[in-house]
Design a protein around this ligand. Structure first.
Ligand SMILES: *Cc1c(COP(=O)(O)O)cnc(C)c1O
Length: 421
């Protein structure tokens, strides 16, 4: 059973000050999880997590992770700007972009970020636009399908990211000639994995490749970036990852492949987003309508603008009807938002307790790729974000959008009259 990290009583208090819908994050959960990750990789001297900013680009949340020793993984100008404003610089920033605009490379070089190149042709592009740094990382795409002992996990052959192996060999040589002194290697082969095998399998592939690249190019490889992809159980009965076991699995591959090759001082980096935050965020909404036609519908004051994953991927997000945790799930509902799009449904044919108008609804695991994916379709506005602090007080960490924010991009003209005043 999935239990919300806030109680009905807490939510009743919170909603007196902050109306639904809003996202709320659990500081305690975030910190404990970040510490556990660090512990799982404490065998590796240089270990560092670069939080994938795109997952939850909120400066208050990122500051918590910063206090826990995390760097940031950025892939756009605004993510770099946000990170700079929070005091990240140099080796604290991984710039893992693709189809990168020139000004973003320039900005990343200004911040002395570690650049993670997505493509062979980016070598000349980067040199021309921003110059080649002394340390650089390259992203690998092995092609084909990616399998572990448990079956096919994803299809890198169809993914737009990374260098082929031949390109990496040529690329490392070329980068050395252009003055690169130390290298990193990166790959992201599967998303939201829920087997403990993903990282160890990926690590094995990258470790062997690192040995080969050193042997063929003489490159000095300093770190291996396992990127994101460690998942969370969205469904209540789904298996959860065991981060200690994942850390042990990577250690085993490290000791089997890198240590004997004399590469035992390589640092392990991660760029986790979902694993760092998804379970520590809830979208809280209120049931404002019920509708009885060919199916039973409950209409919420939240919509896909606040959480896009169900509409975009058919993703499952668990729902708790607050105060009815122990009531029988004997009603079948579609739980919808108000967009004029039939895919604006948080749940379809979900068995839940009887929902009454005014019930507070918690949608689970929205702490990553939740608020961040939001958009403004139908002119709907993005919600506030709140932080449940360790002392159980609540802090506003992003105000809700107002119509003025929505219309702000017409501020160069007076076509809308007084609406912006
Ligand atoms: C999205 C992304 C991540 C984070 O992925 P999660 O699935 O949230 O862990 C890390 N690195 C890169 C390059 C990404 O694009």
């Amino acid at each position: 059973m999935k239990k919300p990290f806030v109680t009905l009583e807490q939510l009743k208090e919170i909603t007196k000050q902050y109306p639904t819908p809003f996202h709320i994050y659990d500081e305690k959960g975030i910190r404990e999880n970040a510490r556990q990750l660090k512990k799982a990789f404490s065998w590796n001297k240089g270990f560092k997590e670069y939080f994938a900013v795109k997952a939850t680009p909120n400066p208050f949340i990122i500051n918590i992770l910063k206090e826990e020793g995390c760097g940031v993984d950025c892939s756009s100008m605004t993510e770099l700007m946000l990170s700079e404003a929070l005091g990240f610089q140099g080796d604290d920033i991984m710039f893992s972009s693709n189809a990168t605009p020139p000004e973003e490379f320039v900005k990343a070089r200004e911040l002395n970020a570690i650049i993670n190149l997505d493509d062979y042709t980016h070598i000349d592009f980067l040199e021309k636009m921003a110059g080649i740094p002394e340390t650089i990382c390259c992203r690998y795409n092995p092609g084909g399908v990616f399998k572990t002992a448990n079956g096919i996990m994803d299809n890198p052959g169809d993914a737009k990211y990374g260098f082929t192996k031949e390109q990496l060999i040529e690329g490392f040589k070329k980068l050395k000639e252009k003055g690169v002194k130390t290298f990193g290697l990166h790959s992201f082969l599967a998303s939201n994995t829920t087997t403990n095998e993903y990282y160890p399998t990926l690590a094995g592939i990258l470790f062997e490749l690192a040995v080969e690249l050193r042997d063929k190019t003489g490159a000095d490889i300093k770190f291996i970036n396992l990127s994101g992809g460690v998942g969370v159980p969205y469904k209540p009965d789904a298996p959860a990852n065991d981060i200690m076991e994942i850390g042990e699995g990577v250690k085993k591959a490290f000791e089997e492949i890198l240590v004997p090759a004399g590469m035992g001082d390589i640092a392990i980096f991660t760029e986790l987003g979902r694993y760092m935050l998804a379970p520590y965020g809830h979208l809280v909404a209120t049931a404002i309508h019920e509708k009885h036609i060919y199916k039973e519908y409950i209409g919420l004051d939240a919509c896909a603008v606040n959480l896009m994953r169900p509409a975009m991927y058919g993703a499952y997000h668990h729902i708790t009807v607050m105060g009815k945790e122990d009531a029988p799930c004997d009603h079948k509902y579609d739980i919808t938002g108000s967009l004029c799009e039939n895919n604006d449904k948080f749940a379809i044919d979900r068995m839940l307790p009887k929902i009454d108008i005014g019930d507070l609804i918690v949608i689970h695991d929205t702490g990553a790729h939740g608020f961040a994916m939001g958009y403004n379709y139908n002119g709907k506005l993005k919600s506030a974000e709140l932080l449940l602090k360790e002392d159980n007080t609540v802090q506003l960490i992003r105000r809700a959008e107002t119509p003025k924010d929505y219309f702000a991009t017409f501020d160069f003209s007076d076509i809308l009259g007084d609406i912006l005043k």
